[in-house]
Design a protein around this ligand. Structure first.
Ligand code: FA5
Length: 347
């Protein structure tokens, strides 16, 4: 009996690994452990056997039963894992941007043109030693207006139509100049940083105006900084971005947080200065307001204006993108037309 049991065990071990599906596993189990199965068949003669044999064979048979259960469970796990892997293999997709993916017509991801330009500008300023700061979209009155020399009743508040929250204390920031205030709060001079981000204004849209758009703030605070320093950095930026000669003009501009303030306009690249809907027929596009930081702003940021001074600028990123890629309507930048977005895939 012991010999037969060992033979059956050998046969079991040889075949259990070849079972390939759940049904054959169930049949196999019944074949070995069922009432009329192979194991019971061998154990039929147990009643007549001596006590010694019954003890040895009984122990061996129990061990074997356990082995059968364990091996069948392990084989079931193997079969299920193989099935899952086969399914994964079948549904596998190459999402790297290879020619084979393009050929299959799968949509490949790319960067939005605003992101492309933003990163280029970040690289330019990093190479000139600037840090990059961030700030929240939801701001308070202090950071958006008060600290920027725009007190409560100041008419300049009407220059930027504001989305206020119901508490009338919080708002969606109307410009990235809020990052100037946060930068001054967090740093001791001298410092220089840029702060790119989304801004929001409650105004009607047209070819060059959006309600949600992007700006990139810049601030440099140090000793004896002059308008010449400001113009140097603005020129460096524009020549890197456009890599071509562009006509610019500097004219006086009013912003309560700078004195003197300037508007740096670029000759419209859409119409080559002839006049179109983007430049409102003027031939020039407002791109880069800037100026020397007002002493009140430094004070509000905890910086002594008798010791330190500096410049700040607030670049309109969407309009820069429009000039760079000759896009004739800002609303294309925020639309959902994939034919537009796909032109900028950078892979
Ligand atoms: C400001 O927002 C000032 N905070 C900029 C500044 C910073 C001045 C530091 C001085 C020193 P302004 O409202 O002009 O300024 O907006 C800045 C730029 O954002 C504009 O030149 C323009 O390029 C862009 N811009 C303004 N409004 C819109 C709009 N609705 N849609 C798209 N771009 C806009």
């Amino acid at each position: 009996m012991l010999e037969k049991l060992e033979e059956l065990q050998k046969e079991f071990r040889e075949s259990v690994g070849t079972l390939a599906d759940k049904n054959s596993l169930a049949d196999f189990k019944a074949d070995y452990l069922g009432k009329k199965g192979k194991l019971n068949d061998i154990l039929k003669g147990m009643r007549e056997a001596s006590a010694d044999v019954r003890k040895t064979v009984g122990a061996k048979a129990n061990e074997f039963k356990q082995e059968i259960q364990d091996s069948l469970s392990a084989q079931l796990l193997k079969i299920e894992t193989a099935a899952i892997n086969a399914k994964l293999e079948e549904n596998w997709q190459d999402i790297s941007f290879t020619d084979s993916v393009k050929a299959k017509g799968l949509l490949a991801a790319g960067y939005h043109p605003v992101t492309i330009i933003q990163r280029e500008i970040e690289d330019i300023f990093i190479s000139m030693g600037f840090d990059i700061l961030d700030g929240p979209h939801i701001e308070d009155d202090f950071h958006n207006f008060e600290a920027l020399n725009i007190p409560d009743t100041h008419p300049a508040r009407d220059m930027q139509d504001t989305f206020w929250f119901a508490d009338m204390k919080h708002l969606l920031r109307t410009h990235t100049s809020t990052i100037q205030v946060r930068g001054m709060e967090a740093n001791d001079p001298p410092f220089k940083f840029i702060g790119p981000g989304k801004v929001f204004r409650c105004e009607a849209t047209d070819a060059s105006h959006e309600m949600a758009f992007h700006q990139l703030e810049g601030m440099m605070v140090g000793k004896d900084i002059s308008v010449a320093n400001l113009i140097y950095f603005m020129k460096a930026l524009l020549s890197e971005i456009f890599r071509q000669d562009v006509n610019v003009r500097l004219r006086p501009g009013f912003f309560p947080f700078v004195e003197p303030g300037f508007e740096l306009d670029i000759e419209c690249l859409i119409c080559a200065g002839k006049g179109c809907s983007v430049c409102k027929q003027t031939g020039w596009v407002e791109l880069l307001p800037c100026g020397m930081i007002h002493p009140n702003v430094l004070k509000a940021g905890g910086i002594d204006p008798k010791k330190w001074n500096g410049f700040a600028f607030g670049l309109g990123l969407d309009r820069l993108v429009m000039m760079r890629y000759h896009i004739d309507d800002i609303r294309h930048l925020h639309g959902a037309d994939l034919r537009f977005a796909e032109q900028f895939k950078s892979y």
